[in-house]
Design a protein around this ligand. Structure first.
Ligand code: 1CP
Length: 339
């Protein structure tokens, strides 16, 4: 039997059909998830391999997907280095005791990932593989810069002003924090690769707030440092708003690159060359009528070509997304015929 489509696509082989999975494929847009969440808190889902595995299965049971992604969250690393994270309803993640100074930074720890709740992600991957050895599963982690954003700002933000203030006023402390996060993130990704993930994605969601110069100075070296600790599974780099950095993404050392919908995937191919690309439909397009969704999916598939492409959204699926839109997207990937 040949290897799964996503494994072959990540190797750059020509595939008979482009594989499809999508970011946040388990979560609030699904009624089964909301039902479980009415009984169990989000953090408790992330702290139990049995429950996380159950949630990982939910979208696979509902749709014809080519890969699972382990159910967890990027902010588990924040807890592992010593700051509590709360998820307040309607507000997103909150860190009540953010890191804003060199003294704050000293209070953090460098954990052994196998001795923290980070272990749950690799345990979930192992559990998943026992019941579905045929279905590829991806691991993931937040990138050091994106985690730094939450750690310093204390939650989500439009400008991440506190983060930039620390970068400009105390770059040494910012660098120490990035180094610490990179080492923990790298170990966490490696543990998931060793647990059997067919690929590991590094989410640098907020790096797009940086100028290209600052991206090269802060985000890039921390990704390189994290990925240097990963072997045995291909790595996928994702940044929202990465259009200004497209021509530099190869410097990360990642094996594949997520592309958001602001970039034409044909253009990304021209800039990045013959490497696996992942994306890039606008998640809001899933609210469009099925015919329009099909048209958009086929356009992306035609522009990306038969090799080096994994179909995905350009960012996570939104919680109010209609199931019919998700179905139309996946069916369109399956029904696509190459010219
Ligand atoms: O049930 C709930 O109320 C919790 C909602 C939720 C979910 C389902 C959060 C809180 N995280 C998750 C899961 C999650 N987060 C996954 C699971 C795997 C999947 O199915 O894809 C992944 C990969 C993430 C990654 C994540 N968390 C990112 C990077 C990707 C992205 O979307 O930009 C970020 C920035 C976070 C932080 C986070 N976690 C949760 C929230 C509400 C947030 C804030 C950012 C946001 O709202 O998108």
């Amino acid at each position: 039997m040949s290897d799964p489509l996503i494994v072959r696509a990540l190797r750059g082989e020509e595939v008979e059909r482009t594989p499809v999975w999508f970011m946040r494929q388990a979560g609030r847009y699904m009624a089964v998830y909301r039902e479980l969440r009415s009984r169990v808190s989000f953090l408790d889902l992330c702290r139990s391999a049995e429950l996380a595995c159950e949630v990982t299965f939910q979208p696979l049971d509902a749709f014809r997907l080519d890969a699972a992604i382990v159910f967890s969250d990027i902010l588990t690393v924040i807890e592992a280095v010593g700051r509590e994270v709360e998820f307040e309803k309607g507000k997103g993640p909150v860190i009540h005791d953010p890191v804003r100074s060199a003294a704050d930074a000293k209070s953090l720890r460098r954990p052994d990932v196998s001795e923290t709740t980070l272990r749950v992600a690799s345990d979930t991957i192992r559990l998943f593989r026992q019941s579905r050895p045929d279905m590829p599963i991806l691991g993931f982690a937040g990138a050091p810069f994106t985690l730094l954003c939450y750690l310093i700002q204390g939650g989500g933000s439009k400008s991440f002003d506190e983060v930039k203030k620390l970068l400009w006023t105390d770059p040494q402390t910012a660098q120490q924090l990035l180094d610490l996060l990179a080492d923990v993130v790298g170990d966490h990704m490696q543990a998931q690769a060793e647990a059997g993930a067919v690929g590991v994605q590094i989410f640098d969601t907020w790096a797009g707030i940086l100028s290209p110069e600052d991206w090269e100075r802060f985000a890039l070296p921390s990704i390189q440092r994290a990925l240097a600790r990963v072997s045995g599974a291909p790595t996928i780099h994702y940044t929202r708003d990465n259009a200004p950095f497209l021509d530099r993404l190869h410097k990360t050392g990642a094996d594949a690159f997520g592309i958001d919908w602001r970039v034409d995937i044909g253009h990304a191919r021209a800039v990045l060359g013959d490497v696996p690309l992942q994306g890039n439909m606008d998640p809001v397009a899933l609210y469009a009528p099925p015919d329009e969704i099909t048209r958009r999916v086929h356009r992306i598939l035609d522009a990306a070509g038969p090799r080096n492409h994994i179909f995905n959204l350009g960012h996570g699926v939104l919680p109010t997304t209609p199931i019919s839109g998700v179905e139309a997207m996946i069916e369109a990937v399956h029904s696509h015929r190459r010219a």
